[in-house]
Write a protein that binds this ligand. Structure first.
Ligand SMILES: N[C@@H](CCC(=O)N[C@@H](CS)C(=O)NCC(=O)O)C(=O)O
Length: 213
């Protein structure tokens, strides 16, 4: 049976899994879910993920949620993307330190309609996001890849988030080493196909604000 990836492709967390699957050449079917696509409220979905979030990876009777857990699972069973303790450390850093202020800045610049945005929150969260970028900048000033040796699951966890961090309009400090690293990711066809795609459906100014998370 063909495995199924549940989740809309405008989600950075779904994009991480789409990109991983493209890099390892694994065939799968994707079903739109979350945001205006629904599905996450059904009992079938909540049996797979009681947290009612995307992505969910369904392979026969086995299902798994949390994007980074899915990346680790796919890295263990398929070879071409590196995965080790240092990659793991940077994946945790994405979850704990990079992604939370990114989500706030993304809301204050893209997802909320202009009239409901809050300058103070944007400024405060931008400082926190710039501090997280400084940690990554220092790492990528000395190595080409986050785990120090090769393209790995750490790139896959961080790349889609970083693509948006550079795509949106906010007061980002200059981070040339990250920029060089991101250019290398943007040269990869799988990144272009899975990550460098439109997220216009999330723009509060174009579509109004739809509460998801
Ligand atoms: N830590 C989770 C976060 C999952 C998450 O919050 N997903 C968002 C999309 S990025 C979601 O499902 N939002 C609700 C929706 O789209 O309906 C992961 O990495 O998988």
């Amino acid at each position: 049976m063909t495995p199924v990836l549940w989740g809309r492709k405008s989600s950075v967390n779904v994009q991480k899994v789409m990109w991983m699957l493209a890099e390892i050449g694994r065939a799968y079917e994707r079903i739109d879910a979350g945001f205006t696509y629904g599905q996450v409220g059904t009992s079938t979905f909540s049996q797979m993920n009681p947290n009612r979030r995307v992505p969910v990876w369904q392979d026969g009777d086995f299902s798994l949620w949390e994007s980074h857990a899915i990346l680790r699972h796919l890295a263990r069973s398929n070879g071409p993307v590196g995965y080790d303790a240092v990659a793991d450390q940077w994946m945790e850093f994405v979850t704990s330190t990079l992604q939370p202020p990114f989500i706030s800045v993304f809301y204050q610049t893209v997802r909320l309609p202009k009239e409901t945005r809050n300058k103070d929150i944007l400024e405060q969260q931008s400082d926190i996001l710039n501090a997280a970028l400084a940690v990554i900048e220092s790492r990528l000033s000395t190595v080409d890849w986050l785990n120090g040796t090769e393209f790995s699951t750490a790139e896959i966890a961080m790349g889609p988030v970083m693509h948006r961090i550079f795509d949106i309009d906010w007061d980002r400090k200059d981070v040339p080493a990250i920029q060089r690293w991101l250019h290398r990711l943007r040269d990869r066809p799988a990144f272009q196909n899975c990550v460098m795609i439109s997220y216009d459906e999330l723009r509060g100014d174009l579509n109004g604000f739809t509460v998801t998370s």
